[in-house]
Design a binder for this molecule. Structure first.
Ligand code: HEM
Ligand code: HEM
Length: 184
């Protein structure tokens, strides 16, 4: 269990540490860290960088045929780790206000994480080689066909949401930096 899902455990432990630091600041200042001040801003920026790496690195590795870059399965673990820790930091960045475009961006972030968890569950039910190619015969043909259909549908949801998320995140960042940081 621990070995099979090491990325989930590492992500959990990282989030506990970050959450504890956040809780400590909350306890000492008795105020929710504002999104545009030092802690909230740092959480937003670092979390967003992790999310961008989640969006890009695995896809780059997937499209590269160079095995020297490391196993696909390892890249997927890194993808999942960053795809959980990044959104968690961004969630702490929001200062728990979810209005307007920034709120919609948060919702898209939650949807992509939830769909990622579902996708991983479906993904691991379809036997694969380490390079992400399905192994014929390991399941019945019918189950394989349905599994593939499900995966195709899942990709059709997960990928456009990712793109919409980054478009709205960039608009939010541009607007927030302009109005809340530079015009201050
Ligand atoms: C997917 C990533 C992000 C999401 C989902 C997100 C979400 C949010 C939310 C919900 C708020 C609160 C809005 C409110 O106070 O009404 C907020 C505020 C803010 N965000 Fe983000 N954020 C993200 C990334 C970033 C990044 C990378 C930056 C900076 C480079 C940033 C800068 C700010 C600033 C400056 C504020 C404060 C705005 C104000 O005080 O009016 N955000 N964000
Ligand atoms: C910031 C959050 C996330 C973003 C932006 C994101 C984005 C993406 C993108 C763009 C792909 C398509 C890769 C490709 O086919 O080129 C993908 C695939 C995938 N993601 Fe995520 N993801 C996120 C979080 C997660 C999480 C939290 C999980 C699991 C717990 C996850 C699991 C998966 C799986 C299983 C695949 C399919 C791998 C494959 O078909 O080869 N993702 N993700």
């Amino acid at each position: 269990m621990l070995r099979g899902n090491i990325e989930l455990w590492l992500a959990f432990i990282t989030c506990v540490f970050i959450g504890a630091g956040y809780g400590l600041v909350l306890f000492q200042t008795r105020e929710i860290p504002a999104a545009g001040e030092l802690l909230g801003h740092t959480l937003g920026i670092v979390g967003f960088i992790l999310m961008m790496l989640t969006e890009t690195l695995y896809s780059i590795r997937k499209r590269s045929r160079r095995a020297a870059l490391g196993r696909m399965s390892a890249w997927l673990k890194v993808h999942i780790y960053m795809g959980l820790v990044g959104p968690f930091m961004v969630l702490l960045h929001t200062s728990w206000k979810f209005y307007g475009l920034a709120g919609a961006t948060t919702l898209l972030t939650v949807i992509i994480v939830v769909s990622g968890v579902i996708g991983r569950y479906i993904f691991t039910r379809i036997p694969r080689t380490l390079d992400g190619v399905e192994i014929e015969g390991a399941l019945s043909q019918e189950a394989l066909r349905r599994g593939r259909q499900f995966l195709a549908l899942w990709h059709a949801v997960h990928i456009p949401i990712g793109m919409a998320l980054f478009v709205s995140a960039f608009v939010h960042i541009g607007g927030a930096l302009y109005y809340a940081t530079f015009l201050k």
